[in-house]
Design a protein around this ligand. Structure first.
Ligand code: GUN
Length: 283
């Protein structure tokens, strides 16, 4: 029987710490949240992000733009927010409509306000280990591991998925924590053998219930980053919880595992961005 990693509880604790930190600051952190179009999942994420801001005392302003918004219009808004003094973080919810170039948008946000840590400057800083912001989902995973006393040092860490948002930075953070890291993807030969070698398995594939009990080692730590909607409308992760839970030592549920931590890490990055801005003003 695995110990369930309670992301909701850890997230709440982290938000209390952030709230106390914000109360002591001499500026109010501000986050701009931009949503283009009306993707229902994105609308939920954005709503939760704004609610999280309110919870810890971060000022937030939202820009809900229509699907037909042009790239030029979006870039002009980002340009304006780059210069806005009460805004310390800019978040553009992904995915964007097909006619907008995501890379151009990410590159337009000044790195100091890039609280998603998607800008190449911040990605590069993560690579070298000299970073201001950590990408939210991988940072949330690391925070959960640390909270439960799970040290990746010397462990076989297997990350399944190589996205820029999760897989790649997750591998880097586990490496910084001295794990021996393998990144798997759709072309990996004998994925099952790789999974079975993992002491810590992070699943970020985007396929419902993909990882089954026969694919994990006895006593493995299983972290599920996936959020998929089943045909019956229920949320499920990339891990088949029922068959993995009896074999794992620790496991994250979906919902209530990594999900709540992602937003908390965004709030943490926004507070950090404001603190860095305040430090710079005081110099
Ligand atoms: N879409 C899915 N995950 C994320 C995220 O972490 N940040 C943004 N901006 N969009 C997302």
């Amino acid at each position: 029987m695995a110990q369930i990693i309670d992301g909701k509880a850890v997230s709440l604790e982290q938000r209390e710490l952030l709230k106390a930190q914000v109360e002591k600051m001499n500026i109010k952190p501000g986050l701009a949240v931009i949503l283009v179009g009306s993707d229902p999942a994105s609308q939920v994420y954005v709503r939760n992000k704004k609610a999280g801001c309110a919870q810890v005392g971060i000022y937030s302003e939202s820009y809900d733009l229509p699907e037909e918004t042009t790239q030029e219009q979006l870039l002009a808004l980002i340009e304006k927010l780059n210069c806005k003094e009460d805004i310390h973080g800019i978040l553009v919810q992904l995915p964007l409509p097909k006619h907008i170039d995501e890379t151009a948008v990410i590159n337009a946000i000044v790195p100091e306000k890039d609280v998603d840590a998607f800008h190449p400057v911040n990605v590069g800083k993560i690579m070298t280990g000299d970073y201001d912001f950590l990408p939210c989902t991988p940072a949330g995973v690391m925070c959960l591991l640390s909270h439960y006393g799970i040290d990746p040092a010397g462990k076989e860490c297997v990350v399944i998925g190589r996205s820029n948002i999760v897989g790649k930075p997750q591998a880097m953070l586990l490496l910084h924590a001295n794990g021996t890291v393998t990144i798997c993807h759709s072309k990996t030969a004998d994925l099952k053998a790789k999974c079975l070698s993992a002491d810590i398995l992070v699943a970020a594939i985007g396929k419902a219930d993909f990882i089954t009990g026969d694919m994990i080692k006895e006593g493995a730590v299983v972290v599920d980053v996936g959020i998929n909607r089943r045909d019956d409308g229920k949320l499920t992760g990339d891990v088949d919880f029922a068959s993995c839970e009896p074999k794992a030592s620790f496991i994250t549920p979906v919902p209530g595992g990594v999900g709540p931590m992602t937003i908390t890490m965004l709030l943490k990055n926004t507070v950090k961005a404001a603190q860095l801005c305040s430090d710079k003003l005081g110099e």
